[in-house]
Design a protein. Structure first.
Length: 368
């Protein structure tokens, strides 16, 4: 779901070894090299404040102000090139388990020297690089490096038990936020203050990032101007990032929700029954699309959610054209939307695919 991206990432992002120990990252890196061409000796892994899921997956590092690059050799210790100059290294150190941090300046020359030390290189998340930086690196290396991004994004789809625990924490923050919004709405707060109450509840639980869209009559938009008029029903989308992992949810807040809300929930429940290992992902999209034919909500006309984790939208969308199948240890955000005359509703759930079915992580928790 596309939302307003914060200018500066301010939430807590320190590496907590108790939650994600070093061996978790060692296993991820080992799996990457096991899947990579044996002729590749090192990986350049790029991340920016806006697009850093792959970098965080391998290093835990979240670039808050400027870009960063990890240099991960097949043998030996990785190093991290951090934007912002030498004065930023102290602030960056707690964000990662990597011990060697150096300034990002002169990245092309530094990477060329590293290539001469270790051998042929691969590139991860290069499409997110600023044009000038990508040109600098390609020129220094003499040719574009092998693109290994797909190897990392494929591995990211299967969540470890520790990762699922962190997504649960993000879901708990999402629960707290929606509870706070419902209380504010019942207390007669205006639309702006109602949504702010939810955002503040998530921040108080230690969120790294909180994003919202909301509106009357099923419309969704970010904050633009203050609106003190009550809104019932109020359609809300909220995304919460906690310890690097995202949870998102759609809900209609109302003291007396219109019938279309119950219809959307029933449609979502029907689709969730298809979320099990081995089942085609397109099956969920087909059920949701067929049931909503003639009265789809614009947000769910063709897109019914997708994989979620370190990225708010990981590769693997739920569309009728998808060739993928659900697999155990994947986590999906699934949404259903309907319109009925002047009323509309979008509702959603986050599910973890298990060996035998799925577990609903949000809202609440149930196993099917």
């Amino acid at each position: 779901m596309q939302t307003m991206h914060p200018t500066v990432l301010v939430g807590p992002a320190d590496w907590d070894e108790a939650r994600l120990p070093r061996e978790e990252f060692s296993a991820r890196i080992a799996a990457f090299w096991g899947a990579c061409d044996p002729g590749i000796a090192g990986a350049i892994v790029f991340g920016s404040p806006r697009d850093h899921a792959e970098l965080a997956y391998l290093t835990h590092f979240t670039p808050k102000l400027e870009d960063a690059i990890a240099l991960v050799p097949r043998a030996g210790a990785p190093r991290l090139l951090v934007g912002g100059g030498a004065n930023m290294l102290g602030a960056a150190k707690p964000l990662t388990w990597i011990e060697t941090l150096v300034p990002l300046r002169g990245a092309g020359a530094a990477i060329a020297r590293w290539r001469d030390e270790v051998g042929p290189l691969a590139l991860v998340n290069g499409d997110a690089m600023p044009f000038g930086l990508r040109q600098e690196i390609d020129k220094a290396l003499g040719a574009p490096p092998f693109d290994a991004t797909a190897l990392v994004t494929a591995a990211m789809r299967r969540k470890s038990p520790r990762e699922v625990a962190l997504i649960r924490a993000a879901c708990a923050g999402l629960d707290a936020a929606f509870s706070a919004m419902r209380e504010a709405q019942r207390a007669g707060q205006g639309m702006t203050d109602t949504v702010l109450a939810g955002e503040q509840a998530a921040w108080r639980r230690g969120a790294q990032d909180v994003r919202s869209l909301f509106g009357r009559e099923g419309r969704l938009a970010p904050f633009t101007v203050r609106d003190d008029a009550p809104a019932d029903p109020l359609q809300v989308y909220l995304a919460v990032r906690h310890d690097g992992y995202w949870a998102e949810g759609f809900a209609v807040l109302s003291g007396g929700a219109p019938p279309v809300v119950a219809s959307a929930r029933a449609l979502l429940d029907e689709a969730l029954q298809l979320a099990k290992p081995g089942a085609p992902c397109r099956g969920v999209a087909e059920v949701l699309g067929r049931a909503a034919a003639g009265r789809p909500h614009p947000l769910t006309a063709k897109d019914f959610g997708g994989a979620i984790g370190l990225a708010l939208e990981e590769p693997g969308g739920l569309t009728a054209a998808s060739a993928a199948r659900f697999a155990a240890d994947e986590v999906f955000s699934i949404r259903a939307g309907l319109r009925d005359g002047g009323d509309s509703a979008v509702v959603s759930a986050i599910v973890a695919i298990t060996e035998t079915g799925h577990e609903i992580l949000w809202p609440g928790g149930a196993t099917a």
